[in-house]
Design a protein around this ligand. Structure first.
Ligand code: C5P
Length: 409
């Protein structure tokens, strides 16, 4: 993979993983990139500017101005020069400052002026990483379009073991190169301009009585990430969402529903005009035949009780059977194993063009997690296995694949 001629601003913050930045620079340069380092004051405690400037053959930028002659370092011109900004390692403090816009060093002013896509590779101790403050900061950055290279699991400098270890330089360089490759293939902003898209997301709640329901653990994250990414690419998006605590993605028309029957009705209102439909909702397969009046009393039943359940409509299969010419439909298959054949049977049964398979046995994949590990299974041809990524990155992979293989004609 090549980064020929690409200008990369590499931000380095105060983390022990800064020692890996030297290898990262070597790799980026070997792939053809020009690298300009911007380092925070505490980053310099971990790796010397001399090492970095020798590797990049450019003076390292750290201060707002040169102490020797007072010349001004322009973060604005770096923002214009760059094809991409990569902050690796990104400390918890820098992530927090990126969220709130605290511009107290050259790296942060450069970030705030950046015109190019921004990538971060977090690196910190496991407790810092899983702290709600850090997680919420990462989520906010993802929602603002920052790409997050998920940290790995393993031995940490603190002596502890867990998630927080900066991803290896080879993987980071590869992710960046893949980004440029996808961009070159036309997966850019506005590549879905004017296209109408339907996305289902979240669980459904099937009422038992006034206060109880049958539901599942789906958070809606995957569907919301797909909706946000489609909107970013210029599509007109109808997101039909079951109960989810997530906010409406920017620029997306959201219809909130509760049950599978309501979800089907909401989809049918808009599906005819949609070129693309992605069914990522975790729809309950059954609903109680009758909803009890008010709240059922504990005393009204004996030691056991039975609920009579009836099958819910299959939204994907219903719309798949009514599919119009040129419509592309994508289903999700959450299985207990990576069973390609079962996913293919499901694809045929539901009239889907592509299935996104994920296994509940894969760590970090499936319901409720911010990450997912999927395999894209077309009707014909080889499945594409993707690595564990944030759901926002998975959404990009799915849409890049659809743009390249299904949506061009
Ligand atoms: O059959 P299974 O539930 O595994 O199929 C999963 C796919 O079908 C997902 O794309 C899901 O959104 C969709 N589905 C649906 N309506 C249902 C059940 C599943 O749209 N009632």
């Amino acid at each position: 993979m090549s980064l020929q001629g690409k200008h990369i601003v590499l931000g380095i913050t105060g983390s022990i993983a800064a020692y890996k930045s030297a290898t990262l620079i070597r790799l980026l340069i070997k792939m053809g990139a020009e690298v300009q380092v911007v380092i925070t004051p505490s980053g310099k405690e971990f790796i010397t500017p001399l090492t970095l400037s020798t590797l990049t053959q450019k003076p390292v930028v750290s201060e707002f101005f040169d102490r020797r002659d007072g010349s001004w370092h322009s973060h604005v011109s770096l923002g214009l020069w760059a094809d991409l900004m990569l902050i690796a390692p990104a400390s918890a403090a820098t992530l927090a400052k990126m969220v709130t816009g605290v511009a107290d060093n050259m790296l942060l002013t450069t970030y705030l002026s950046m015109k190019a896509p921004v990538w971060v590779a977090p690196a910190m101790d496991l407790d810092m990483y899983r702290h709600p403050a850090t997680q919420s900061n990462l989520q906010t950055l993802r929602e603002r379009g920052v790409h997050v290279v998920e940290p790995g699991d393993g031995f940490l400098a603190s002596g502890l073991e867990g998630k927080g270890r900066m991803e290896e330089p080879e993987q980071i360089a590869q992710a960046v190169a893949q980004h440029f490759e996808a961009e070159a293939q036309g997966c850019k902003e506005n590549s879905l301009a004017e296209m109408e898209v339907l996305i289902t997301a979240g669980p459904t709640y099937e009422p038992i009585d006034a206060v109880r329901f049958i539901g599942n653990y789906s958070s809606g994250r995957m569907g919301y990430a797909l909706a946000a990414e489609c909107a970013r690419r210029g599509a007109q998006v109808h997101l039909v969402s079951g109960p989810s605590s997530l906010p409406d993605p920017q620029g997306v028309h959201v219809e909130r529903v509760s049950t599978a029957c309501e979800m089907l009705a909401a989809c049918q209102k808009v599906s005819n005009s949609c070129r693309l439909a992605i069914f990522s909702a975790a729809v309950a397969d059954y609903r109680p035949e009758h909803k009890a009046e008010g709240k059922m009393k504990r005393e009204s039943t004996g030691a056991s009780m039975s609920l009579s359940l009836v099958k819910n409509p299959d939204i994907a299969a219903t719309l798949g059977a009514e599919k119009k010419e040129k419509q592309i439909m994508v289903g999700f298959a959450l299985e207990t194993s990576s069973d390609y054949e079962e996913a293919r049977r499901k694809m045929a049964r539901k009239g889907m063009d592509l299935m996104v398979l994920n296994s509940i046995n894969d760590r970090g994949a499936g319901f409720g997690t911010p990450t997912n590990k999927v395999t894209l299974i077309p009707q014909e041809g080889e499945p594409l296995e993707c690595s564990l990524k944030s759901k926002e990155e998975v959404a990009k992979d799915i849409l890049n694949y659809l743009t390249n293989h299904y949506l061009q004609q």
